[in-house]
Design a protein. Structure first.
Length: 237
């Protein structure tokens, strides 16, 4: 089994990171197609829980992220829960946490519980991709901010404005630049991603911004050629 990235490996630090979030989509067939594509080391794919071990078994070099984890860690009598320790064991490199879709749908995804998940992910040697939006001042409370500052090499902030998620209308480059500069001021040394309607058409302009350490890709990550095009642009900027 591959060791966890703590995604700041030399390859990722020198290139823009591309994370594909499949959400509740995909199939074993799509996993097969992505696994056969031999993506470079700056690419991570967040497939649904059922496909994580399968994807790693057929292509060990494919870097994987989970889309969430439990507030509980380790193992125990917790029906339906998936711990960070389990995700590490099946070969996950990273875990996406605090996505606005989860915070909207599940009242239990509170800043306090997201903080517990962050602690579990970093404790298990994986990278946490913490999603924030226009309400990031509320999400990055004092405790969370302290943890982010304590682990700048294993926590990434992914800014996804609510107006851009699934709408086809990405934030303007100037807006992205201003917002990520503000996040970097709050969290010195942190890597900042942009997410929200990232496509092959706008990826280069977004990725070329100095404040952007990479992109979190939603819908386009389910289309192999589109996702490959975004990955190629990330490697070229």
């Amino acid at each position: 089994m591959m060791a966890a990235v703590v995604v700041p490996s030399e390859c990722v630090m020198s290139e823009k990171l591309v994370i594909g979030n499949w959400k509740m989509n995909g199939s074993a067939k799509l996993v097969d197609e992505f696994s056969a594509s031999k993506f470079p080391g700056n690419v991570i794919v967040a497939v649904p829980f059922p496909f994580l071990a399968y994807a790693k078994s057929i292509e060990p070099t494919l870097k994987l992220a989970a889309q969430d984890c439990s507030t509980l860690d380790g193992f125990g009598a917790h029906t339906g829960e998936v711990s960070a320790a389990m995700l590490k064991e099946v070969g996950c490199e990273a875990v996406i946490l605090g996505h606005s879709e989860r915070r909207k749908s599940y009242s239990t995804d509170t800043p306090q519980n997201i903080l517990l998940k962050l602690e579990n992910v970093t404790r298990n040697g994986m990278t946490a991709v913490l999603c924030v939006d226009e309400e990031y001042e509320k999400l990055l409370d004092a405790e969370t901010l302290a943890l982010v500052k304590e682990h700048p090499d294993s926590i990434i902030l992914a800014y996804e404005p609510l107006s851009a998620i699934g709408t086809g209308a990405a934030m303007t480059p100037s807006g992205i630049s201003t917002t990520l500069q503000a996040l970097r001021t709050k969290c010195q040394g942190i890597r900042t991603l942009y997410g929200g309607s990232v496509t092959p058409q706008n990826a280069e302009g977004i990725l070329s911004l100095p404040e952007v350490s990479g992109v979190l890709v939603g819908g386009a990550s389910l289309k192999l050629e589109a996702f490959r095009a975004i990955a190629e642009k990330a490697g070229a900027v």
